[in-house]
Design a protein around this ligand. Structure first.
Ligand SMILES: *Cc1c(COP(=O)(O)O)cnc(C)c1O
Length: 425
């Protein structure tokens, strides 16, 4: 099946007389005839549902749809993108371990790694996505357990050279984890370029309507944990909390990572989505391909319009030919990148404030990547505690406006920008 068909149909095939849409199984618990039946589930001897903190049929159908879209072997939903990235890393990196991460990542993820996970004893080395092969190799340590990056970084919009980062990870016997939130599997499937684990904030394009916070983790099934037995004891040695199961042996390379993540981390942290929210996500996925095409076509027109406007100082959008990441975008994102653009006005911070006040179609919101066109001026919102010099160092200069182009009629979006730019003196 092609990607557009998978969006609509994958992950759930109703049998004779069953509902066409993924049913919402709004039940915390599940009934069994005997204690023996239930005991087998607790021992991971049989598969089945017993408590929705660990697994729920609605959530599993939606996870299976995303797994099919990414071309993976197993997947799970989490209650947020933050939980997905935390689980994906913590599933293989514990206290005393180390991770190499791109510095061009979402601020929330940077904070999770650099502050909270450091407190838990996991160490990180950050490298720019543009670093040389030598700099990348030098970031590894004997205790490195994973490499992490974002396909298109939020908000700086750098494109990750997935093949190069995968090669470096594999040369050092560790998997590459890629947060594929911005392009979605419609525009890029990191497994096809060597990534081993993919994560998502489904809150963005996948949900698509600014309705449900959520996340997902997908395994390619390709990373050979057993070839690096000593590096990944959590997957290759007995789990005493499950009667000595060895995940990589019992569930194979295709299932071990997600099974361990569900059985241990979801059991203990409980960052599970509600079936209702998972259902909304599944509904959003059905139109994902169509929406991504529209987001990208609209954003391309808006980026070209801004780039040619006399009051605009600069535009950052990887699908513009003069962009620093254009070659990588052509390679990894040939069908389109995403709907998020950043730009600055010649009048700087003051002009940005006037411009934002005048917008009518585009609304001011901290969110990105949903159906509605929205804008944010980080210097006045998410980053308002920083000085102008600190803003430059953080990669969000005081004049930066982040524009998330929605799926409205592009003529209305362009007319809105035009009238707001006219008000800038
Ligand atoms: C938003 C975002 C996250 C965090 O996801 P939440 O669903 O808000 O927890 C992680 N990675 C990227 C790239 C994001 O854009």
């Amino acid at each position: 099946m092609k990607i557009g068909t998978k969006c609509v149909q994958a992950g759930y095939t109703p049998k004779n007389g069953e509902p066409r849409e993924i049913p919402i199984i709004q039940s915390t618990t599940f009934k069994y005839d005997t204690s023996e039946d239930m005991g087998k589930l607790f021992d991971l001897e049989a598969s089945g549902y017993f408590y929705s903190r660990l697994q729920n049929p609605t959530c599993d159908h939606v996870a299976a749809r995303i797994t099919a879209l990414e071309g993976g072997t197993a997947g799970m939903l989490t209650s947020s993108g933050q939980a997905a990235n935390f689980f994906a890393v913590f599933n293989i990196a514990n206290a005393g371990d180390h991770v190499v991460a791109s510095s061009a990542i979402y601020g929330g993820t940077y904070n999770l790694f650099n502050v909270t996970m450091r407190k838990m004893g996991v160490d990180f080395t950050f490298v720019t996505p543009d670093c040389s092969d030598e700099e990348l190799a030098a970031a590894f340590q004997p205790n490195t357990k994973a490499v992490f990056g974002e396909t298109i970084a939020n908000p700086c919009l750098a494109v990750l050279d997935i093949e190069r980062f995968a090669r470096a990870a594999h040369d050092h016997g560790v998997p590459l984890i890629v947060d594929n939130t911005f392009p979605t599997p419609v525009n890029c499937r990191p497994f096809e370029w060597g990534a081993d684990i993919v994560t998502h904030s489904t809150t963005k394009y996948m949900d698509g309507h600014a309705s449900g916070v959520g996340g997902a983790i997908i395994d390619s099934g390709k990373f050979d944990w057993l070839a690096y037995k000593d590096k990944f004891p959590g997957l290759t040695t007995p789990d005493e909390s499950y009667h000595g199961i060895v995940y990589a042996e019992k569930f194979g390379l295709e299932g071990a990572f997600i099974m361990k993540c569900t059985a241990q981390l979801m059991r203990d942290f409980g960052s599970t989505p509600s079936p209702q929210t998972a259902y909304i996500l599944g509904l959003g996925l059905e139109s994902l391909e169509v929406r991504m095409q529209r987001h990208c076509a609209n954003a391309q027109k808006v980026a070209e319009y801004l780039a040619s406007h006399e009051k605009v100082a600069w535009v950052n959008y990887c699908s513009l030919p003069d962009n620093q990441y254009y070659a990588l975008a052509r390679k990894y994102l040939p069908g389109g990148s995403c709907g998020v653009i950043s730009f600055g006005l010649k009048g700087g911070r003051k002009a940005a404030e006037v411009f934002m006040k005048e917008l009518k179609v585009a609304i001011i919101a901290t969110h990105v990547a949903d159906a509605h066109t929205c804008v944010l001026h980080p210097a006045n919102a998410t980053h308002r505690q920083l000085s102008d010099e600190e803003l430059v160092r953080a990669g969000v200069p005081a004049d930066l406006i982040r524009l998330s182009v929605g799926i409205e009629d592009v003529d209305d979006i362009l007319a809105d920008l035009e009238q707001a730019l006219a008000a800038v003196k």
